[in-house]
Write a protein that binds this ligand. Structure first.
Ligand SMILES: O=C(O)CCC(=O)C(=O)O
Ligand SMILES: [Fe+2]
Length: 292
């Protein structure tokens, strides 16, 4: 199975032909990684100093930025450092948005821009619990931020200055993952979603869809046999390249690499060219019930 779709576009704002736009939307909705080998995010001379793990709060694994509230989290440094880091991440956020709007004009009005992250910590050195360990194959699901069926679309740029690739493994199609793990998943205890919301453990209501996606995420990561034996392939993203993935659908694991910028978007399923390809509709088909 081919997991990568390579698109030769030199700039995020270069006009795309109808054919290239169709290629992009088909690839992303079919669960492929869109790889843009020519698309580079450039740091200014002053920003080069941020290519160090020293600006991330040791308790956080990355620095995150919210373009709506203009807040930076997980950062340590002088007010000047923080201001420049924020400017760098904002620039990436704006470029990522332009890129996605150019590639997928169909999504433009429905896209919601979520967090931007800068990941300056070497992935292979990171020690965490299995649930938080992104070196294990998983599909994304966020415990505190239910997305209620919306798609998670992420733009990544490797900005490593030492020639180091970002190395991923990409696993089997979502429907196979779902068929494998669904039989193990039971309903949440009655009233638990309301309680989680009341106690502010979740930012919004954890729908049945969110419950299943979190369970799939956790069970994939916890299953050592699955990690080793599931169909998978290694994918390497060299420095100065960009890639786009719907990480709720594409089983992935980040094995090594340092210095990555990432932008998350949410997209309602109804904005897709073919909503039947979404994890929500696939899970609804497999469970024969409505999940949101
Ligand atoms: O940091 C990376 O390369 C990807 C980690 C991951 O699993 C994600 O961002 O969803
Ligand atoms: Fe992930």
């Amino acid at each position: 199975m081919q997991v990568i779709e390579t698109l030769a576009i030199p700039h995020g704002d270069a006009p795309l032909g109808e054919e290239q736009q169709q290629q992009a939307i088909n690839a992303i909705e079919n669960g492929k990684v869109i790889f843009l080998p020519q698309l580079t995010f450039k740091l200014t001379a002053l920003e080069q100093r941020f290519l160090s793990p020293n600006y991330v709060d040791p308790k956080a694994k990355n620095i995150s930025f919210d373009i709506h509230s203009h807040t930076l989290c997980g950062v340590q440094g002088s007010p000047n450092d923080k201001q420049q880091l924020q400017a760098m991440m904002k620039r990436f956020a704006i470029q990522a948005r332009q890129l996605v709007e150019h590639l997928f004009p169909h999504y433009q009005t429905a896209l919601e821009q979520a967090r931007t992250s800068f990941r300056p910590v070497q992935v292979s050195d990171r020690k965490t619990s299995y649930r938080k360990d992104d070196k294990r194959l998983h599909v994304d699901a966020f415990p505190a931020t239910p997305n209620q069926g919306k798609r998670i679309l992420r733009v990544f740029s490797n900005i490593n200055p030492q020639g180091e690739d970002r190395v991923w493994r990409v696993g089997e199609p979502f429907e196979n993952v779902a068929k494998r793990f669904l039989p193990q998943i039971s309903n949440p205890p009655p009233g638990s979603a309301k309680l989680l919301k009341l106690l502010k453990i979740t930012k919004s209501y954890r729908t049945h869809y969110d419950h299943i996606m979190l369970q799939i995420h956790d069970r994939m990561k916890a299953d050592e046999t699955y990690q080793q034996q599931a169909q998978q392939c290694e994918v390497r993203f060299p420095p100065n390249t960009t890639w786009i993935v719907q990480t709720d659908q594409v089983s992935h694991a980040a094995m090594s690499g340092q210095y990555l910028l990432e932008q998350t978007f949410y997209l309602p399923v109804t904005a897709m060219q073919d909503p039947q390809r979404s994890p929500l509709r696939i899970l609804e088909k497999l469970t024969s019930r409505s999940l949101i």
